[in-house]
Design a protein around this ligand. Structure first.
Ligand code: AHM
Ligand code: MG
Length: 335
């Protein structure tokens, strides 16, 4: 596929190579792209259309929702529920699985999404993003429930994110590499700008929220201490550090110039009875799939993220992902 190809043409061309494809998957990706364009529009207008600030509501996980969390969630529902491409939808912002209204056609896929990740960055005008993951829906189930969603990340048929930064970019994997598209606002289309994305196996850049240092487990303490010792330490090289607090932006940086991103298990998270900070099904799995498809690795420290068997849709996991050799090193320290 040549640089400049529209996302629409790219997915139609992919469909041609799949015998028996009905166009439903193409329609689904198209609906997702439409949702992302609409979210990009409101995120971009920001204070001009009074969408900044808190919504004065909490999501199921007890987190304060921003107005834009709620608006983005509704945009995703509106874009996806009419066209018969999905059978149900689960979102970080909804307590339970969203069932399509009666009379709407049911599709072959299940969609999971974090409509607006990194929303603590909204009010300060820093990059945020939408993350999505697609699973096959079980046949013969009219209204799939939570149980039907509980598949490990290896079962994803596609995953991606849309980054709302200086430019809006949609990054996609359908299990055959990673492709990047940039929104051309003048024509309202995502155009292919990078294909066959690969991540260097080694890196000199780490991303972790160091304010949690006193809570980290020993393997993470050891790794970050070694990074900080730089050329004089056991890793023999100087490291740089970044922390945007917006996973989409961190993953995008890693896909662009390598790096390792960590939101590990720590004693504070443990004390709150959770299994991690980030959500397995809306954040960790889709990002792990993209990172692996680009030649990187993604681990909880103790297990490949994509092999974690989910027990509930809002489940959380520790996340360590990025340049392969560094992720392997941190996993080895856990072993
Ligand atoms: P959110 O889905 O509520 O926005 O939370 C997820 C975000 C990630 O994008 C980011 O990596 C992390 O939370 C930042 O957490 P912290 O503020 O603890 O550094
Ligand atoms: Mg999130």
């Amino acid at each position: 596929m040549r640089i400049g190809t529209t996302l629409t043409n790219y997915i139609i061309d992919n469909q041609r190579h799949i015998p028996g494809a009905t166009g439903e998957f193409t329609g689904l990706l198209n609906d997702i792209a439409v949702a992302c364009k609409k979210i990009a529009d409101v995120v971009n207008k920001g204070g001009l259309v009074n969408v900044l600030g808190s919504a004065d509501t909490e999501n199921v996980q007890g987190e304060q929702q921003k107005k834009l969390d709620v608006i983005s969630n509704q945009i995703v529902i509106d874009a996806l529920q009419h066209n018969g491409t999905i059978a149900a939808l689960a979102s970080e912002e909804m307590d339970s699985v969203y069932h399509l209204p009666d009379g709407k056609p049911r599709g072959k896929y299940l969609l999971l999404c974090d409509p607006l990740d990194g929303s603590s960055n909204i009010d300060v005008n820093v990059s945020v993003g939408t993350i999505f993951s697609i699973l096959k829906a079980p046949e013969g189930v009219d209204n799939p429930g939570e149980r039907e969603f509980l598949k490990p990340g290896t079962e994803q048929v596609a995953a991606g994110y849309c980054l709302y930064g200086p430019s809006t970019m949609l990054v996609l994997t359908t299990g055959n590499g990673v492709t990047m598209f940039t929104l051309d606002r003048d024509i309202g289309e995502f155009l292919l700008t990078r294909k066959n994305v690969t991540i260097d196996a080694d890196t000199r850049e780490f991303a972790i929220n160091v304010s949690n240092q006193r809570f980290w487990e020993a393997p993470v303490q050891r790794y970050i201490a070694e990074c900080q010792q730089g050329r004089e330490g056991p890793l023999g090289k100087d490291f740089n550090m970044r922390w945007v607090a917006s996973m989409v932006a961190e993953v995008h940086r890693i896909l662009t110039r390598g790096g390792i991103f960590m939101y590990p298990m720590d004693s504070k998270i443990q004390a709150s009875g959770k299994q991690g900070k980030l959500r397995l099904m809306y954040e960790a799995n889709p990002m792990a799939s993209i990172i692996e498809q680009a030649g990187g690795a993604a681990s909880t420290g103790r297990q490949r993220i994509l092999e974690v068997q989910p027990e509930e849709i809002h489940q959380r996991v520790p996340v360590i992902l990025g340049s392969r050799n560094e992720v392997k090193r941190v996993a080895a320290y856990h072993a």
